[in-house]
Design a protein around this ligand. Structure first.
Ligand SMILES: Nc1ncnc2c1ncn2[C@@H]1O[C@H](COP(=O)(O)OP(=O)(O)OP(=O)(O)O)[C@@H](O)[C@H]1O
Ligand SMILES: [Mg+2]
Length: 505
């Protein structure tokens, strides 16, 4: 059905049209040009009224309103449509723009599910459904899981806009395909994720496996406490690392270093306090007898590693350790596959995907962290060895731009802040100004998808993962009233008891 007509000046990249109804920005339409059907995206939509233009006062506005309602020709719907390419070529994965602009008078048609499905929802099993197109909602929106794992993704949005929901959805699809996913969960957002065979655990750090400076970090010795750092480094010998009772051996070694080295008695005793403190405070996490923490990750499953109990520095050391080991394991596995000798038995025989929440904390701009070092290594080398990285953040402006620009695909949800938008725009070439200008007007669960996981940039609404609350907002008002009710019941029952007691006396 014709919904508009091309008017005015056309270009090979855009046309202007008059339409019979207001069209939504972000809607896909077909331009029936002289050289064949073109796919277009409504980039600007302007509605105006002849009668209601140049109105000078309120009475005139009321009169003009009546005139406008009587005149069927009064309203003017004008749209600017960006041309994405020939429809048949796009359906084969090629974007070919017309050499000659569509002639004025060409019809604008509704894009049907048949037109769009081949582009946005290919049938091959590497394409997984994540929702539907926002403005052409009868068309499914799928993403290419192979590209997610081989070329990495970034999920960026303001807080509460649906990042963790999208991660849960991807996790669900990976679980169905029996892939290996590891989510570093900083806020216990995924502990209720309802998936078959999900492996939920606390991320552990085995102090025996750390370098001395990392051990100092996890037991919270200050970076500039040089003497304490040295006492720990000298005491953390190979025999301590292999001792049956690790903590006792380490403490003995620190004490004897303190006794034997002039001027170090005080520093050594402070290190002993730190060790005792860390041992008690972090007994769940710092575990010298847990073996290699990476062994707790299960292949072919969704693994949620809670880092909620760790301090930022510990989480950093922990994440760096996991990333390093996972990358090394995948490298070995690939070399072994090619017939070269491998370092040890590989744990992961097939590609794995790792998701880091709160990426701006662990992969910050302008500051060195170990996680950042290993994350950027995974981002650069992961493609060759089958380890994909997903970074999730509500503060894109604080993420290291190098790592962000290595993300082959992005899901961007509502973002209002200008500097966040600029950071994303500079990391992603394919994000046009028009798509960028859409970001503040998106609602919860709406996302702009760009990059290699889609055939064409798409504005979609992501499905909501049902049956669990992904970091849903606390309902303070109802919780207060619940807790008041309980208190009242408590008071009433105590009164009852007191009165009973009095009666018994
Ligand atoms: N696609 C969606 N459709 C409808 N509702 C959604 C959708 N995605 C998320 N929500 C709702 O929005 C709320 C917040 O979602 P979510 O926890 O995924 O946001 P977030 O971006 O991860 O937030 P945070 O920055 O706090 O981690 C949830 O309660 C969820 O129910
Ligand atoms: Mg979240």
């Amino acid at each position: 059905m014709t919904i508009g007509v091309v008017i005015g000046e056309s270009k090979p990249t855009e046309v202007t049209a008059q339409s019979s109804k207001p069209l939504a920005v972000g809607e896909y339409v077909i331009i029936d040009s002289q050289n064949g059907k073109l796919l277009g995206l409504v980039e600007r939509s302007i509605v105006s009224s002849d009668a209601l233009t140049d109105v000078r006062n309120f009475d005139e506005a009321i009169e003009s309103k009546e005139v406008a309602s009587l005149n069927s020709r009064d309203k003017n719907y004008k749209v600017k449509i960006g041309i994405l390419g020939f429809l048949d070529k796009l359906q084969k994965g090629q974007a070919v723009l017309p050499a000659i602009p569509p002639l004025p008078g060409s019809s604008i048609l509704d894009a049907t599910e048949e037109d769009l499905g081949i582009i946005f929802a290919p049938k091959e099993n590497e394409w997984i459904r994540i929702g539907s197109l926002l403005r052409n909602s009868e068309t499914e929106a799928k993403v290419n899981l192979n590209k997610i794992v081989s070329r990495h993704i970034g999920i960026l949005a303001m807080t509460g806009m649906g990042k963790s929901n999208l991660v849960s959805l991807i996790a669900k699809q990976i679980a169905i395909l029996q892939g290996t996913l590891i989510i570093f969960d900083y806020h216990n957002d995924y502990e209720n994720l309802n998936l078959p065979k999900i492996n939920i655990m606390t991320a552990k750090i085995n102090p025996r496996l750390l370098q001395a400076d990392k051990l100092a970090e996890v037991i919270e010795i200050r970076e500039n406490a040089d003497k304490q750092q040295r006492a720990l480094r000298e005491a953390f010998t190979d025999s301590v690392k292999q001792a049956k009772d690790f903590w006792t051996a380490l403490k003995d070694s620190v004490s004897s270093f303190g006794h034997m080295t002039k001027g170090y008695a005080d520093s050594a005793s402070r290190v002993l306090d730190k060790i005792d403190d860390a041992k008690h405070r972090f007994s769940d996490i710092l575990d010298p007898d847990c073996g290699d923490p990476v062994d707790l990750i299960k292949e072919g499953r969704v693994n949620v590693l809670s880092v909620a109990e760790l301090s930022e520095r510990q989480a950093n050391a922990g994440l760096a350790y996991y990333l390093q080991e996972l990358l090394t394991d995948r490298k070995d596995a690939c070399w072994a596959k090619r017939g070269k000798e491998s370092r040890k038995n590989n744990k992961f025989s097939a590609p794995i995907f790792v998701i880091i929440e709160e990426a701006h904390v662990f992969i910050p701009k302008g500051e060195h962290t170990d996680t950042k070092y290993w994350a950027s290594k995974v981002a650069r080398e992961g493609r060759k060895f089958g380890i994909g990285l997903g970074i999730v953040s509500q503060r894109p402006r604080n993420i290291d731009p190098n790592v962000l620009s290595q993300m082959g695909s992005l899901a961007i949800m509502k973002i209002v802040q200008d500097d966040d938008q600029q950071q994303i725009a500079s990391a992603a070439e394919s994000l046009s100004k028009d798509l960028l200008s859409q970001l503040p007007s998106l609602n919860i669960g709406d996302a702009v998808l760009i990059g290699q996981w889609v055939n064409l940039p798409a504005i979609v609404h992501v499905d909501e993962v049902k049956g669990k609350t992904v970091g849903s907002d606390l309902n303070a008002v109802s919780e207060w009233s619940e807790s008041t009710k309980f208190k009242e019941i408590g008071v009433e029952s105590t009164h009852g008891l007191i009165q009973k007691d009095l009666l018994m006396d």
